[in-house]
Design a protein around this ligand. Structure first.
Ligand code: NI
Length: 405
């Protein structure tokens, strides 16, 4: 399948693709801004899916809607038999109130496309539009997977369970994330683990409340929680191989209501990140050991809940090589390909990559000169829309390279 790596487009082909895709830029911006104004949360992307379906219908692209509630899957068949390449785009927004003062500001109060998924949909639409017009330029089939609910609770798994990777079977899958940690004009790609496993835990300590001046009559849940939270910080430094990366973050702590009352209970929770699947059951066990041990030493009780949300995003070597070689024809200089791009952020693209070889990559979208460098999930997040046509060019060239039997 990956023997297509030897495909080398001529300079003429490259410039023709680029010119045609650059001409799509104003339309890409219109789609992206339209979506930006109407953000929708996971599994509620009804208007987003409708817009996608309307466009696909207009271009005569076969597709199905309502997959895993709001997902859309479209197939474009080239004029010769060949492999099936999946292209995945997530569609959901976040419960964030937008603070940008732009004409295309969110019209849904309290909701915002603060991660760039509006751009992902626009890029996938642009790619579909282009490929539907150029079926002669590739062999096989491209399957577009517009996925709901990446942010939460996760739409990739339900899409896979609905059979989107079959009939026809997807041989490989690619996807991208607009990325404000990288400058516009760059592409971040690596083989192996690229984004971290994402897990979360919640813990309630049940002590015994009482008077702030009479601690001997109580079991102070705040003291117990504080000792646990401190102890959790030693997991990464003392239990994890120093050559591996992991994060334990306690991001939430609630306890107490008055300065002179010893809190009856304390509640805290956090997230765990790591790359190496060898740690899949480790953190749950180790955290609960610490919670149980410290609670026992104080005579407190606890409730502990742990969820494995997303596995790590792990790229296939051959597909990462393909994306890297495509990127080298899209960026201006070799230095614009960021080779060891990794983040402890998580992504449910991971589930697709567990099923089929593929590559997820970052498309640089920050432009500090235009004030477009706020981090993802920030109420002022926005990106340089020039990245949109670059994203289409990346996808189109990946298709023409992968599907060039
Ligand atoms: Ni995202």
């Amino acid at each position: 399948m990956i023997s297509t790596l030897t495909y080398t487009p001529t300079i003429d082909t490259l410039s023709r693709i680029r010119l045609e895709i650059r001409a799509l830029q104003p339309q890409l911006v219109v789609w992206r801004r339209g979506l930006h104004q109407k953000p929708e949360l996971g599994f509620s992307e009804h208007q987003t899916a409708k817009l996608i379906s309307q466009q696909l219908t207009k271009w005569g692209i076969e597709h199905q809607t309502g997959i895993a509630k709001t997902g859309v899957v479209a197939t474009i068949v080239g004029n010769r038999p060949g492999p099936v390449l999946g292209i995945r785009a997530d569609m959901d927004a976040l419960p964030i109130h937008e603070l940008n003062d732009v004409p295309y500001r969110s019209q849904h109060d309290g909701l915002m496309h603060a991660c760039g998924h509006d751009g992902h949909v626009a890029i996938a639409l642009g790619t579909a539009y282009y490929l539907a017009k150029h079926r002669d330029d590739f062999a096989g089939t491209v399957k577009f997977i517009f996925q709901p609910a990446e942010e939460q609770p996760g739409g990739a798994k339900p899409m896979i369970n609905s059979g989107v990777l079959h009939d026809p079977d997807v041989n490989a899958i690619i996807g991208l994330h607009l990325w404000n940690n990288l400058s516009l004009g760059t592409v971040g790609v690596r083989s192996g683990p690229m984004m971290a496993a994402t897990e979360l835990f919640q813990c309630t300590i049940q002590g015994k409340g009482g008077h702030g001046a009479m601690p001997h009559q109580t079991i102070d849940s705040i003291i117990v929680a504080a000792q646990i939270i401190n102890a959790l910080q030693a997991i990464v430094s003392r239990n994890i191989d120093p050559l591996k990366a992991a994060v334990v973050t306690v991001g939430k702590l609630n306890a107490g209501s008055a300065f002179n009352v010893i809190a009856d209970s304390a509640h805290f929770g956090g997230t765990i990140r790591y790359f190496d699947l060898a740690y899949k059951s480790f953190f749950k066990e180790r955290i609960e050991q610490i919670v149980a041990g410290i609670c026992q030493s104080h005579g407190a009780h606890y409730n502990f809940d742990y969820q494995h949300l997303y596995p790590p995003v792990v790229n296939d070597q051959a597909m990462a090589d393909l994306v890297r070689s495509v990127a080298s024809t899209v960026v201006e200089t070799p230095a614009d390909i960021v080779p060891e791009c990794q983040t402890m952020g998580g992504e449910d693209m991971a589930f697709f990559l567990q099923e089929t070889p593929g590559c997820y990559f970052f498309l640089g979208s920050a432009n500090p000169d235009k004030g477009l460098a706020f981090p993802h999930h920030h109420p002022r997040f926005d990106f340089d829309e020039t990245a949109l046509s670059m994203g289409v060019e990346m996808f189109v060239r990946c298709v023409e390279k992968f599907c060039s039997l």
